[in-house]
Ligand binder design. Structure first.
Ligand SMILES: NC(=O)c1ccc[n+]([C@@H]2O[C@H](COP(=O)([O-])OP(=O)(O)OC[C@H]3O[C@@H](n4cnc5c(N)ncnc54)[C@H](O)[C@@H]3O)[C@@H](O)[C@H]2O)c1
Length: 252
Protein backbone atom coordinates (compact mmCIF):
# COMPACT_ATOMS: atom_id res chain seq x y z
CA UNK A 1 0.00 0.00 0.00
CA UNK A 2 1.30 3.41 -0.92
CA UNK A 3 -1.66 5.61 -0.05
CA UNK A 4 0.53 8.13 1.80
CA UNK A 5 2.95 8.68 -1.07
CA UNK A 6 3.65 12.44 -1.29
CA UNK A 7 2.10 13.10 2.12
CA UNK A 8 3.95 14.57 5.09
CA UNK A 9 3.00 13.20 8.50
CA UNK A 10 4.21 14.82 11.74
CA UNK A 11 3.98 12.83 14.97
CA UNK A 12 4.75 13.89 18.54
CA UNK A 13 5.97 11.44 21.15
CA UNK A 14 7.20 9.35 18.23
CA UNK A 15 10.22 7.72 19.87
CA UNK A 16 8.43 4.73 21.37
CA UNK A 17 5.09 3.06 21.99
CA UNK A 18 2.14 4.20 19.91
CA UNK A 19 4.06 7.07 18.30
CA UNK A 20 6.72 4.72 17.00
CA UNK A 21 4.13 2.21 15.76
CA UNK A 22 2.31 4.96 13.87
CA UNK A 23 5.53 6.40 12.42
CA UNK A 24 6.43 2.91 11.20
CA UNK A 25 2.99 2.40 9.67
CA UNK A 26 2.87 5.76 7.87
CA UNK A 27 6.43 5.18 6.60
CA UNK A 28 5.43 1.74 5.33
CA UNK A 29 2.61 3.39 3.39
CA UNK A 30 4.94 5.81 1.63
CA UNK A 31 4.67 8.93 3.79
CA UNK A 32 7.49 11.25 4.66
CA UNK A 33 7.42 11.17 8.45
CA UNK A 34 8.58 13.89 10.82
CA UNK A 35 9.15 12.35 14.24
CA UNK A 36 9.34 14.59 17.29
CA UNK A 37 10.06 13.62 20.86
CA UNK A 38 11.57 15.13 23.98
CA UNK A 39 13.77 12.05 24.47
CA UNK A 40 16.71 12.38 22.05
CA UNK A 41 18.42 8.98 22.49
CA UNK A 42 15.17 7.01 22.14
CA UNK A 43 14.28 9.08 19.09
CA UNK A 44 17.59 8.18 17.44
CA UNK A 45 16.97 4.48 18.08
CA UNK A 46 13.42 4.79 16.73
CA UNK A 47 14.52 6.26 13.45
CA UNK A 48 17.16 3.58 13.01
CA UNK A 49 14.51 0.91 13.55
CA UNK A 50 12.17 2.42 10.95
CA UNK A 51 14.92 3.18 8.43
CA UNK A 52 16.13 -0.39 8.74
CA UNK A 53 12.68 -1.78 7.90
CA UNK A 54 11.47 0.72 5.30
CA UNK A 55 12.94 2.90 2.63
CA UNK A 56 11.25 5.93 4.10
CA UNK A 57 11.98 9.63 4.16
CA UNK A 58 12.31 10.50 7.83
CA UNK A 59 13.07 13.64 9.77
CA UNK A 60 13.64 13.86 13.50
CA UNK A 61 13.45 16.81 15.84
CA UNK A 62 13.90 16.95 19.57
CA UNK A 63 10.83 18.87 20.65
CA UNK A 64 9.19 19.43 24.00
CA UNK A 65 5.52 19.95 23.12
CA UNK A 66 4.94 21.96 26.29
CA UNK A 67 7.13 24.73 24.85
CA UNK A 68 5.19 26.61 22.17
CA UNK A 69 8.32 28.22 20.70
CA UNK A 70 9.87 24.77 20.11
CA UNK A 71 6.62 23.54 18.57
CA UNK A 72 6.35 26.56 16.27
CA UNK A 73 9.96 26.08 15.14
CA UNK A 74 9.32 22.39 14.54
CA UNK A 75 6.21 22.89 12.41
CA UNK A 76 7.81 25.77 10.50
CA UNK A 77 10.94 23.68 9.92
CA UNK A 78 8.99 20.62 8.77
CA UNK A 79 6.82 22.64 6.40
CA UNK A 80 9.80 24.53 4.95
CA UNK A 81 11.96 21.43 4.50
CA UNK A 82 9.31 18.98 3.32
CA UNK A 83 7.08 21.38 1.43
CA UNK A 84 3.79 20.63 3.18
CA UNK A 85 2.13 19.22 6.27
CA UNK A 86 -0.75 16.83 5.66
CA UNK A 87 -1.16 14.99 8.94
CA UNK A 88 -0.48 16.00 12.53
CA UNK A 89 -0.65 13.31 15.19
CA UNK A 90 -0.82 14.72 18.72
CA UNK A 91 0.38 11.62 20.50
CA UNK A 92 2.76 12.78 23.26
CA UNK A 93 1.33 12.13 26.71
CA UNK A 94 2.39 11.16 30.20
CA UNK A 95 0.74 9.76 33.33
CA UNK A 96 1.27 10.77 36.96
CA UNK A 97 -1.49 8.77 38.67
CA UNK A 98 -2.66 9.37 42.22
CA UNK A 99 -5.81 9.85 44.25
CA UNK A 100 -7.01 13.42 43.94
CA UNK A 101 -5.80 14.56 47.35
CA UNK A 102 -2.28 13.30 46.58
CA UNK A 103 -1.89 14.90 43.15
CA UNK A 104 0.72 17.63 43.53
CA UNK A 105 0.62 20.89 41.59
CA UNK A 106 3.56 19.55 39.56
CA UNK A 107 1.74 16.31 38.72
CA UNK A 108 -1.36 18.23 37.66
CA UNK A 109 0.48 20.69 35.45
CA UNK A 110 2.87 18.15 33.92
CA UNK A 111 0.07 15.91 32.67
CA UNK A 112 -2.13 18.75 31.41
CA UNK A 113 0.84 20.51 29.83
CA UNK A 114 2.05 17.55 27.78
CA UNK A 115 -1.25 16.05 26.60
CA UNK A 116 -3.59 18.99 26.36
CA UNK A 117 -1.50 22.15 26.08
CA UNK A 118 1.05 20.33 23.92
CA UNK A 119 -1.71 19.17 21.59
CA UNK A 120 -3.04 22.71 21.38
CA UNK A 121 0.42 24.14 20.60
CA UNK A 122 0.83 21.67 17.73
CA UNK A 123 -2.68 22.09 16.33
CA UNK A 124 -2.37 25.88 16.41
CA UNK A 125 0.95 25.75 14.58
CA UNK A 126 -0.33 23.24 12.00
CA UNK A 127 -3.56 25.05 11.20
CA UNK A 128 -1.92 27.79 9.08
CA UNK A 129 -0.06 25.49 6.66
CA UNK A 130 -3.02 23.10 6.46
CA UNK A 131 -5.41 25.96 5.68
CA UNK A 132 -3.11 27.27 2.96
CA UNK A 133 -3.04 23.79 1.38
CA UNK A 134 -6.79 23.37 1.80
CA UNK A 135 -6.04 19.95 3.29
CA UNK A 136 -5.20 18.57 6.69
CA UNK A 137 -5.78 15.74 9.12
CA UNK A 138 -5.33 16.24 12.86
CA UNK A 139 -5.43 13.15 15.07
CA UNK A 140 -5.17 13.72 18.81
CA UNK A 141 -4.77 11.13 21.51
CA UNK A 142 -7.47 10.89 24.10
CA UNK A 143 -7.90 7.71 26.15
CA UNK A 144 -10.65 5.39 27.32
CA UNK A 145 -10.07 7.23 30.61
CA UNK A 146 -11.61 10.46 29.29
CA UNK A 147 -15.00 9.45 30.68
CA UNK A 148 -13.52 9.27 34.19
CA UNK A 149 -11.06 6.93 35.89
CA UNK A 150 -10.15 6.38 39.51
CA UNK A 151 -6.74 7.85 40.42
CA UNK A 152 -6.35 9.86 37.23
CA UNK A 153 -7.95 13.28 37.81
CA UNK A 154 -5.13 15.05 35.95
CA UNK A 155 -4.97 12.56 33.06
CA UNK A 156 -8.76 12.39 32.67
CA UNK A 157 -9.01 16.18 32.60
CA UNK A 158 -6.35 16.30 29.89
CA UNK A 159 -7.92 13.51 27.84
CA UNK A 160 -11.46 14.93 28.13
CA UNK A 161 -9.98 18.29 27.14
CA UNK A 162 -8.59 16.65 24.01
CA UNK A 163 -12.13 15.61 23.07
CA UNK A 164 -13.44 19.16 23.42
CA UNK A 165 -10.47 20.57 21.57
CA UNK A 166 -10.89 18.05 18.75
CA UNK A 167 -14.57 18.84 18.26
CA UNK A 168 -13.80 22.54 18.06
CA UNK A 169 -10.84 22.07 15.69
CA UNK A 170 -13.24 20.05 13.54
CA UNK A 171 -15.66 22.98 13.35
CA UNK A 172 -12.95 25.52 12.56
CA UNK A 173 -11.21 23.27 10.04
CA UNK A 174 -14.26 21.97 8.18
CA UNK A 175 -14.45 24.69 5.54
CA UNK A 176 -10.69 24.42 4.88
CA UNK A 177 -10.45 20.70 4.15
CA UNK A 178 -9.09 19.98 7.61
CA UNK A 179 -10.54 17.16 9.68
CA UNK A 180 -9.84 16.67 13.38
CA UNK A 181 -10.50 13.44 15.20
CA UNK A 182 -9.46 11.77 18.43
CA UNK A 183 -8.47 8.20 19.18
CA UNK A 184 -9.31 6.78 22.59
CA UNK A 185 -7.16 3.72 23.14
CA UNK A 186 -7.93 1.13 25.79
CA UNK A 187 -5.03 -0.79 27.30
CA UNK A 188 -2.28 -1.07 24.73
CA UNK A 189 1.10 -2.74 25.26
CA UNK A 190 3.56 0.14 25.38
CA UNK A 191 6.17 1.41 27.86
CA UNK A 192 3.44 3.64 29.34
CA UNK A 193 1.25 0.65 30.16
CA UNK A 194 4.26 -1.21 31.55
CA UNK A 195 4.91 1.72 33.88
CA UNK A 196 1.43 1.45 35.42
CA UNK A 197 0.94 -0.07 38.85
CA UNK A 198 0.89 -3.86 38.26
CA UNK A 199 -2.23 -4.90 40.23
CA UNK A 200 -4.23 -1.97 38.80
CA UNK A 201 -3.16 -2.97 35.30
CA UNK A 202 -4.14 -6.61 35.91
CA UNK A 203 -7.57 -5.60 37.25
CA UNK A 204 -8.20 -3.43 34.21
CA UNK A 205 -7.00 -6.11 31.78
CA UNK A 206 -9.50 -8.46 33.36
CA UNK A 207 -12.32 -6.10 32.36
CA UNK A 208 -11.54 -6.12 28.64
CA UNK A 209 -14.31 -8.04 26.83
CA UNK A 210 -11.78 -9.35 24.28
CA UNK A 211 -9.69 -10.57 27.22
CA UNK A 212 -6.38 -9.22 26.01
CA UNK A 213 -4.58 -5.90 25.75
CA UNK A 214 -4.17 -4.20 22.39
CA UNK A 215 -1.05 -3.98 20.24
CA UNK A 216 0.42 -0.65 19.14
CA UNK A 217 -0.28 -1.80 15.57
CA UNK A 218 -4.02 -1.82 16.38
CA UNK A 219 -3.80 1.89 17.08
CA UNK A 220 -1.59 2.54 14.05
CA UNK A 221 -4.25 0.88 11.88
CA UNK A 222 -6.93 3.25 13.20
CA UNK A 223 -4.69 6.30 12.79
CA UNK A 224 -3.74 5.32 9.25
CA UNK A 225 -7.44 5.17 8.35
CA UNK A 226 -8.55 8.37 10.11
CA UNK A 227 -5.65 10.32 8.58
CA UNK A 228 -6.32 9.03 5.06
CA UNK A 229 -8.03 10.83 2.19
CA UNK A 230 -10.72 8.16 2.37
CA UNK A 231 -11.76 9.40 5.82
CA UNK A 232 -12.40 12.91 4.51
CA UNK A 233 -16.06 13.08 5.63
CA UNK A 234 -15.30 11.98 9.19
CA UNK A 235 -14.58 14.79 11.61
CA UNK A 236 -14.98 15.57 15.30
CA UNK A 237 -15.28 11.95 16.41
CA UNK A 238 -13.66 9.98 19.20
CA UNK A 239 -12.73 6.54 17.92
CA UNK A 240 -12.55 3.93 20.69
CA UNK A 241 -9.90 1.30 19.97
CA UNK A 242 -10.14 -0.72 23.12
CA UNK A 243 -11.30 -4.32 22.72
CA UNK A 244 -14.74 -3.24 23.96
CA UNK A 245 -13.75 -2.04 27.43
CA UNK A 246 -15.59 1.27 27.07
CA UNK A 247 -18.91 -0.48 26.39
CA UNK A 248 -19.36 -1.38 30.03
CA UNK A 249 -19.15 -4.39 32.25
CA UNK A 250 -18.10 -7.71 30.81
CA UNK A 251 -19.72 -10.51 32.83
CA UNK A 252 -18.28 -13.94 32.29
N1 LIG B 1 -0.66 2.74 26.05
C1 LIG B 1 -1.92 2.85 26.43
O1 LIG B 1 -2.51 1.89 26.94
C2 LIG B 1 -2.67 4.14 26.21
C3 LIG B 1 -4.03 4.15 26.53
C4 LIG B 1 -4.75 5.31 26.33
C5 LIG B 1 -4.14 6.44 25.81
N2 LIG B 1 -2.81 6.43 25.52
C6 LIG B 1 -2.23 7.66 25.00
O2 LIG B 1 -1.51 7.39 23.81
C7 LIG B 1 -0.38 8.25 23.72
C8 LIG B 1 0.88 7.43 23.56
O3 LIG B 1 1.01 6.56 24.66
P1 LIG B 1 2.17 5.46 24.81
O4 LIG B 1 1.57 4.35 25.55
O5 LIG B 1 2.80 5.23 23.49
O6 LIG B 1 3.16 6.25 25.78
P2 LIG B 1 4.74 6.10 25.99
O7 LIG B 1 5.03 6.62 27.35
O8 LIG B 1 5.17 4.72 25.67
O9 LIG B 1 5.35 7.10 24.89
C9 LIG B 1 5.10 8.49 24.98
C10 LIG B 1 6.16 9.26 24.23
O10 LIG B 1 5.89 10.66 24.43
C11 LIG B 1 7.12 11.31 24.66
N3 LIG B 1 6.91 12.56 25.42
C12 LIG B 1 6.63 12.69 26.73
N4 LIG B 1 6.58 13.99 27.06
C13 LIG B 1 6.86 14.70 25.92
C14 LIG B 1 6.96 16.08 25.63
N5 LIG B 1 6.80 17.02 26.57
N6 LIG B 1 7.23 16.45 24.36
C15 LIG B 1 7.43 15.52 23.38
N7 LIG B 1 7.36 14.19 23.61
C16 LIG B 1 7.07 13.78 24.87
C17 LIG B 1 7.94 10.30 25.47
O11 LIG B 1 9.33 10.61 25.45
C18 LIG B 1 7.59 8.99 24.77
O12 LIG B 1 8.47 8.72 23.71
C19 LIG B 1 -0.40 9.11 24.98
O13 LIG B 1 -1.04 10.33 24.72
C20 LIG B 1 -1.22 8.27 25.94
O14 LIG B 1 -1.82 9.05 26.94
C21 LIG B 1 -2.06 5.29 25.71
Amino acid sequence: MNRYHGRVVAITGAAQGLGLAMATRFAAEGATVALADVNAPTLTDAVETIAHAHEAKLRTDVVDVTDSAQVNDWITGVTAALGRLDVLVNNAGIIRDNRVEDITDDDWHAVIDVSLTGGFHCARAAFGPMKRQGYGRIISFSSMSWRGNFGQTNYVAAKAGIVGMTRTLALEGARHGITANAIAPGLIDTPMLASMNGPARDKLTDKIPMRHTGRPEDIAEAAAFLASEAAGYITGIVLDVDGGISIGSSIR
